[in-house]
Design a protein around this ligand. Sequence first.
Ligand SMILES: [Zn+2]
Length: 415
Amino acid sequence: MIGFHTDAFSANYAQARARFLEAAEKAGLAVEQHLHPFRGPAGEDLAMDVARDGPADAQAVLLVTSACHGVEGFAGSAVQLACLRDAGWRGYARARGVAVVYVHALNPWGFAHLRRVTHEKVDLNRNFVDFSRPLPANDGYRALHPLLLPAQWPPTPQNEQAITGWIATHGLAAFQAAVTQGQYEFPDGLFYGGTAPTWSHRNWRRVLRQHAHAARRLAWIDVHTGLGPTGVGERILAGRAEPQATARARQWWQTPWAPLTVTQDGSSSSAALHGELWEAMYEECAHAEYTGITLEYGTAPPGRDAGGAARRPLAGPAPAGRPARGRRHPPAHAGRLLREHRAMAHPGAGAGQRGAFPGRGRPHALTPGPPARREGAAAPVSRARRRCRRHGDGAARFPAGRRRSGCRPARRART
Ligand SMILES: [Zn+2]
């Protein structure tokens, strides 16, 4: 059992990244930086950082990833930090011949800008489809799109009634599936999967080819937040619902109070989706015995302290609303479900905070950022850490619009 402390949670992406790099350094691990072409809101570097704890030729590899959905990265980053700091956990894995690969911030742009999508305005976990073939159709979403993104914001009561009517006709499960399964028709819409592999997509495949391609046994825990009862970590099968893989996932991760759920059989709080990251496992690591889960922590309803809920310690008694084995989580009120899904794509909308972030407009609006700096590429960097004398350890609190040169970095090691 990994010791867990609330101080593993960071206040922003820059701090999370600095602490991840520092923890890796203290653990004696090299870090590869896949640098993102944009910078963060305070001018900080953005990167998909990879730390491998174990030999390069390990036959068993466990991937632990964070921030697939950008803003959800606070919980996953905290899990990774707690693991890197836990000598007992590291020794346990090492003794069993398991190399643990931590991928910090699959979607660093979204993490830094508190957005669920990538800088291409794409839901990364809908982006792993075969773009050389006709893209999946989503007739339900096409019908709902004008209702979900009305011209008037906040939505009028008539708009809410129209959506409630759609749900009354088709059912809540159909509504969730239509909205969240992914759509490839409306670039300004919700859960848009894109028309080409995103930057994060391409780099995730690079990481798999480098760190998982040679493994015979491959496991993956991808930490998300949002769906489900507050504070409950739902273990959702992340892969094809093949009997042997499902049985392994149940054996490894299921507990009496936390059943493994499967989107394909309707037992999960998530609908079955198109284009999930795990599709790449079967293509990049075809020879490996793969077993994976999405670890989805329910947060607070929009308008309440969602960030606070995500930062609660993961230990301790589970809150009420725990799902029974093989059943969905307690059904959400239709209105709440709608607000959750809108808030997932547009944080703050449900709380009446529209405009709180620069560039916010309709859901998925692209936050204006600095011009692209460079195309991301795997840049082996060992023990890289920026330390700012004035602002603290890697906090990178550079005033907006100011040049970073004013912060006098004490050390900058990048090779
Ligand atoms: Zn997510």
